[in-house]
Write a protein that binds this ligand. Structure first.
Ligand code: NAG
Ligand code: NAG
Ligand code: NAG
Length: 379
């Protein structure tokens, strides 16, 4: 039922608002309002950091960096160094209180490198020290890990070791430099229990509570190009027929005892497309024969709106999933709009979780969805 190794995009999240009981210095941003995050894809040449409307976000993630796959240290070439520096300088100038994080990994990088890095104490240590060095060198406020996804129970144990040692290291660094502790977040699967490729594993929730400032739960990519036989709501809030939904994912994290304020809900600023088998059968779950328009069946929200206008598409709001789809001939696109995002955020508020984030910031149309999201969650 579940999607296999979706080539998902990744996210990150940050949340202030934590404070484990442990010691002082631990992200002391006691309830400072919702975490409103967005990932910035560093390859989006036509959308520089200066284009980001920083009034709408509290946290922005630079996506992505990867360490060297042998040393597990970051090797930053000159163009990347300029890009990193430009990102933090531009955003902090626009809005001094904004938190910038660089995000490590992502869907394209995949899980293997992190599995190998997290396996041993020495490789974890090299990686951790290198993340701190990069963060400080380029003036980031924190680091976000997008390990998509730990593949085995052993990976999950090592993920715990990594988080523990990472927190110890950033605490120590903050003490010795007299600077605020770097924020630590991770993008995760939409729920704490993962069964992909028939392997069951569960995130180390206690360790997350203790060591991370928040997690960005990737509440999307539930359906996509890996199953071309039927249309689907890739980020359904509810699913009457399965547990693959945002409500199930968020509630599962809470049931697993993740601290609510550390849970940040993912929202997609992109849709997923299919080609219908029969244009007269167009509901969610309708038979399909292939992916539809876009790149590998994906299209940013701004392009969906363009496509709908150009093709005079029929747009349907589906209340049972809290999602939208548009149909033009045999082209079918499932996505989130202003209305579905508003309802999801209202839902998230009733759960009293930490906030939300978008993948990706350049997908919005005239800030419509990002603005609606921000206005829906004003404390
Ligand atoms: C590391 O990366 C290099 C260059 O991309 C690649 O050739 C090599 O196979 C990788 N090694 C491992 C262990 O993945
Ligand atoms: C960042 O890059 C943009 C071009 O993409 C440039 O206009 C701007 O001056 C740079 N900002 C900083 C602070 O370097
Ligand atoms: C959904 O999850 C619940 C418990 O977590 C389980 O009892 C139920 O069988 C699941 N439903 C489906 C359709 O898998």
């Amino acid at each position: 039922m579940e999607y296999l190794n979706a080539p998902t995009l990744s996210l990150v999240i940050f949340s202030l608002a934590i404070c484990s009981s442990t010691s002082a210095m631990h992200s002391m941003h006691s309830s400072s309002g919702p975490n409103k995050g967005a990932y910035w894809p560093s390859w989006s040449i036509d959308f520089p950091p200066s284009a980001i409307d920083t009034t709408l976000f509290t946290h922005v993630y630079y996506a992505f960096l990867s360490p060297n796959n042998v040393t597990f240290k970051f090797e930053i070439d000159y163009p990347t160094a300029l890009s990193l520096k430009n990102f933090t300088t531009t955003l902090h100038k626009k809005k001094p209180s904004i938190k910038t994080l660089f995000s490590i990994g992502g869907a394209v990088e995949g899980p293997k490198i992190f599995s190998r890095m997290a396996l041993g104490h020495d490789s974890r240590k090299r990686f951790i020290l290198s993340t701190i060095e990069v963060a400080r060198k380029f003036d980031f406020d924190g680091v976000d890990l997008d390990w998509e996804f730990p593949e085995t129970p052993i990976d999950m144990v090592n993920f715990h070791h990594l988080l523990h040692e990472w927190r110890v290291a950033v605490k120590k660094e903050a003490r010795s430099t007299d600077r605020p502790q770097l924020l630590l977040s991770a993008a995760t699967y939409f729920k704490p229990e993962v069964t992909l490729d028939d392997v069951y594993r569960k995130y180390p929730v206690a360790s997350i509570n203790k060591n991370l400032d928040w997690i960005n739960a990737m509440c999307y990519d539930y359906r996509g190009s890996w199953d071309r036989t039927a249309t689907g709501a890739q980020a359904a809030l509810y699913d009457p027929h399965s547990n693959v939904s945002t409500s199930y994912g968020l509630q599962s994290w809470i049931k697993a005892k993740l601290q609510r304020e550390k849970l940040v809900m993912g929202l997609p600023l992109y849709g997923r497309t299919w080609q219908l088998k029969d244009p007269s059968l167009y509901g969610i779950g309708a038979p399909a024969v292939d992916v539809g328009p876009g790149i590998e069946g994906q299209m940013s929200y701004v392009d969906v709106e363009k496509f709908n206008a150009q093709n005079n598409a029929m747009v349907v709001f589906d209340l049972s999933t809290v999602s939208v789809y548009s149909v033009a001939g045999t082209s079918w696109i499932g996505y989130d709009d202003v209305r579905s995002v508003k309802l999801k955020i209202e839902y998230a508020r009733t759960l009293e979780i930490g906030g939300y984030f978008f993948w990706a910031v350049n997908g919005d149309q005239d800030w419509k969805i990002s603005r609606q999201a921000s206005e829906t969650w004003i404390v």
